[in-house]
Design a protein around this ligand. Structure first.
Ligand code: GRG
Length: 296
């Protein structure tokens, strides 16, 4: 199957499953479910669930076993975006081409929608473990990766450093810490969790870990470049926000040209880590190239 077709079809599978898992908008109190569904179904790329399902597949696992966890990680990612957009954080009005959650539902509901999504993701993972007790150890290990990457050892710490770094000159180590935690940790957890559920061996886990670490960094460098050179109509949000908020980014610390070189280097490091998988790695290679060239 063509790469773009597989990407689209996988995203559709994830959307259908998310729709099944999430409470309906008619549930009481309606507003919180409307707010959750507004952000979940607003056209995200579904990168993290796609990575999880592909990692499971590449090690010979069954993607049906990973779909609940894939949806859970998208719930965590969406919670992080809702909270990141709040006035107390990045104060953004647009996300994925639509008004941000708090602009539509108000700050309190947006905070609660994020909290609700985070909790719901845990419930989905725990239900999967309860329903699949024969595979429970792999599911528990995968869940630990995901929860740890989302919390203070991962995304939360990265976000703290991001906020504390606003308006300051930071060094390269701090920049790397920030992005490896804020963006990279959840991307790595997606890949590792998928591989664990798929039954990966140590050699496969180590190769996929290196792939994901590099891909996460490349993804963030590209995000920083898009904030300078991107097209607002394709991005679905305003560009120049990083400069306006005096954010610490790769172009700010290294300059735009060097950042572009680093993007190429980290992407080829990611691709080179996949050598042990032979031709089964084609989709991940194409996905890496797609992310480097993405416009949104
Ligand atoms: C609130 C604890 C907490 C953390 C927020 C994710 C995050 C941390 C902040 C988002 C800020 C940001 C734009 C980071 C750059 C990388 C990133 C996560 C981009 C958005 O992810 P995509 O491109 O989004 O996968 P879609 O919309 O496609 O899902």
């Amino acid at each position: 199957m063509e790469f773009e077709q597989k990407l689209k079809e996988t995203a559709e599978v994830i959307n259908t499953h998310l729709d099944k898992l999430l409470p309906s908008e008619d549930s009481y109190p309606q507003n919180i479910y409307k707010s959750i569904r507004y952000s979940i179904f607003s056209g995200g790329k579904r990168l993290r669930p796609i990575l999880m399902m592909t990692a499971c597949e590449i090690v010979g696992g069954d993607i049906n076993k990973v779909i609940n966890f894939a949806c859970a990680i998208e719930m965590i990612h969406t919670y992080s975006l809702i909270h990141d957009d709040l006035p107390a954080m990045d104060n953004d009005d647009y996300r994925r081409g639509r008004l941000t959650n708090h602009k539509v539902f108000g700050d309190a509901t947006a905070i609660l929608a994020g909290d609700g999504l985070l909790n719901y993701s845990v419930e989905v993972m725990l239900n999967t473990i309860i329903d699949n007790q024969d595979d429970s150890i792999n599911y528990i290990k995968a869940m630990k990766e995901i929860i740890s990457a989302s919390g203070v050892y991962g995304m939360v710490s990265g976000q703290v450093v991001d906020i504390e770094s606003e308006g300051k000159e930071i060094n390269q180590e701090t920049l790397e810490f920030m992005h490896r935690h804020k963006t990279g940790a959840l991307i790595t957890a997606s890949v590792i969790a998928g591989a664990i559920i798929g039954g990966a061996n140590q050699q496969q886990l180590s190769a996929l870990g290196k792939f994901a670490d590099n891909l996460g960094l490349a993804f963030q460098i590209k995000d920083d470049i898009l904030d300078i050179e991107g097209d607002e109509s394709k991005l679905g949000k305003k560009v120049g926000r990083d400069q306006k908020n005096d954010k610490s980014t790769f172009p700010k610390v290294y300059g735009l040209e060097k950042s572009k070189e680093m993007l190429k280097e980290t992407t080829s490091n990611a691709i080179n880590s996949l050598e042990i998988f032979k031709e089964e790695n084609n989709f991940l290679i194409e996905l890496s190239n797609y992310l480097v060239n993405r416009e949104s």
